[in-house]
Ligand binder design. Structure first.
Ligand SMILES: Cc1cc2nc3c(=O)[nH]c(=O)nc-3n(C[C@H](O)[C@H](O)[C@H](O)COP(=O)(O)OP(=O)(O)OC[C@H]3O[C@@H](n4cnc5c(N)ncnc54)[C@H](O)[C@@H]3O)c2cc1C
Length: 410
């Protein structure tokens, strides 16, 4: 019996396990997925928790329920990958493999940011985990007014659009509460131009922020959180005062990656950006946030990658070479208030453009435009996530980006 072991039963690990189980004979291939717990979090929902738009309970489901029959699901922390012996060690056992797929994602490391732990859970909060999102919900509900600063400590971090969505939703939330005039909103981001390298998207987002009276500092890489005087400071010495700090702390790959010597010093696995194969290992593929490839750390990316890795792994099993298919394709809604959203679709070479998606002319979604239909798409995506994408069902959409429906101008 040949063995495939998948590390992590998150977005990428679950989707690819189910896809491979559909494609490979149960008599010849054993598939094992390992995760530390049984709680699958629908992470895009975390954005809504601080504003009471959804609850933490509604976005967490049992991982087991989404892993098909015929897959061995193990709940146990992974402690080491012995890639010389093709063996994964967990707290309670060990698993040999012929092929390994790494889908261990990335994690928050607030302890890496000077001064942040002094304020963590007091005046500084995140919304990237169920626990932090729930604490932030209480902090926002009790906020009487003042300076709310949304800061991203450093690049790379997962879901690069979530901070701007957060500050847009904060504008909506305090308007609804009738206290917007008491709250100053400020986004401090390390991106030199507010967004990733998106010339057209940046103009649209900056215009939206200006209309909402949100101030923005760009190129702001966090050096220090000062609890006594309540400011954040960047490496150039620029300071921003806060009353309530919402922060995406440093993101890192899981410790097991570095401790197993699988990273390049960045805590992420060096990965071929087109084949998705680990650069230094013949029998390892990497999916989702655990890679070091230059596209968004996003669920849509993990789904597109699951199709490419399935194709390439099956090719290799049949004695063919992996193909350089993946183009960095990513698709993200950018919520601008409750009820409206933008949408972006891009890849390594093509920035987000205007137009319709997924069908030319018909859409129904609009690219780089704020629409109610996009908001419906954002909400509907949760159903698609649980029922189509995680089970590894085929969608009509190719994993690579298409120019159909795209336009250079609005
Ligand atoms: C607030 C927020 C909003 C987001 N919004 C969007 C959005 O709108 N659209 C979008 O496309 N993406 C969005 N994302 C990003 C998206 O959720 C992630 O990029 C995606 O889940 C990555 O999938 P993954 O499989 O790489 O990692 P994950 O889904 O995080 O899974 C990694 C798994 O590995 C397990 N693991 C790690 N280390 C170990 C270990 N040592 N032992 C055992 N198990 C381990 C973890 O428990 C976890 O289950 C958002 C993320 C956040 C935080």
């Amino acid at each position: 019996m040949k063995k495939i072991v998948i590390l992590g039963a998150g977005t990428g690990g679950t989707a690819i396990a189910n896809k491979l189980r559909q494609a490979l004979s149960r008599d010849e291939w054993e598939i094992t997925v390992i995760d530390r717990d049984d709680n699958h979090v629908y992470q895009p929902g975390l954005l809504f928790v601080p504003f009471g738009i959804c609850t933490v309970e509604s976005i967490i489901k049992s991982r087991k329920k989404y892993i098909s029959g015929g897959i061995n699901f193990v709940i146990d922390p992974i402690t080491r990958v012995n890639h010389e012996r093709n063996r994964v060690e967990t707290k309670g056992g060990s698993f040999d493999y012929d092929w390994l797929i790494i889908g261990t994602g990335c994690r928050l490391a607030p302890e890496e940011n000077e001064g942040l732990m002094d304020e963590w859970g007091k005046n500084a909060f995140s919304f990237y985990t169920p626990e932090t999102a729930e604490s932030l919900r209480h902090a926002i509900a009790g906020f009487k007014g003042g300076k709310l600063v949304m800061n991203v400590a450093e690049i790379p971090f997962k879901c690069p659009v979530a901070p701007i969505e957060f500050i847009f939703l904060a504008d909506w939330y305090f308007r609804e509460k009738g206290m917007r005039d008491k709250v100053q909103l400020h986004l401090a981001t390390p991106f030199p131009q507010c967004m990733p390298n998106w010339p057209k998207g940046r103009v649209v987002m900056l215009d939206a922020a200006r209309k909402k009276d949100i101030s923005i500092s760009t190129g702001f890489a966090l050096q220090e959180v000062n609890k006594e005087r309540k400011y954040i400071q960047n490496y150039a010495g620029e300071r921003i005062d806060y009353d309530l700090l919402v922060i995406v702390p440093t993101n890192q790959g899981d410790q097991v990656i570095s401790e197993s010597g699988l990273d390049d010093g960045s805590t992420y696995v060096p990965t071929d950006k087109h084949t998705l194969k680990a650069l230094h290992h013949k029998n390892i593929y990497v999916i989702g946030d655990a890679t070091n490839i230059p596209t968004s750390k996003a669920g849509s990316v993990a789904h597109y990658e699951a199709e490419v890795i399935t194709h390439n792994l099956l090719s290799e099993i049949r004695g063919k070479a992996p193909e350089p298919i993946y183009d960095g394709h990513s698709t993200c809604f950018i919520v601008s208030e409750k009820g409206k959203s933008y949408l972006v679709d891009f890849n390594y070479d093509t920035e987000p453009l205007f137009g319709k998606y997924p069908l030319p002319v018909i859409g129904p979604f609009s690219l780089l435009r704020e629409t109610r239909m996009n908001w419906k798409g954002k909400l509907g995506f949760e159903w698609v996530y649980w029922n189509i994408l995680l089970p590894g069902k085929r969608t009509m959409l190719p994993p690579t980006m298409t120019m159909a429906g795209k336009k250079q101008e609005p």
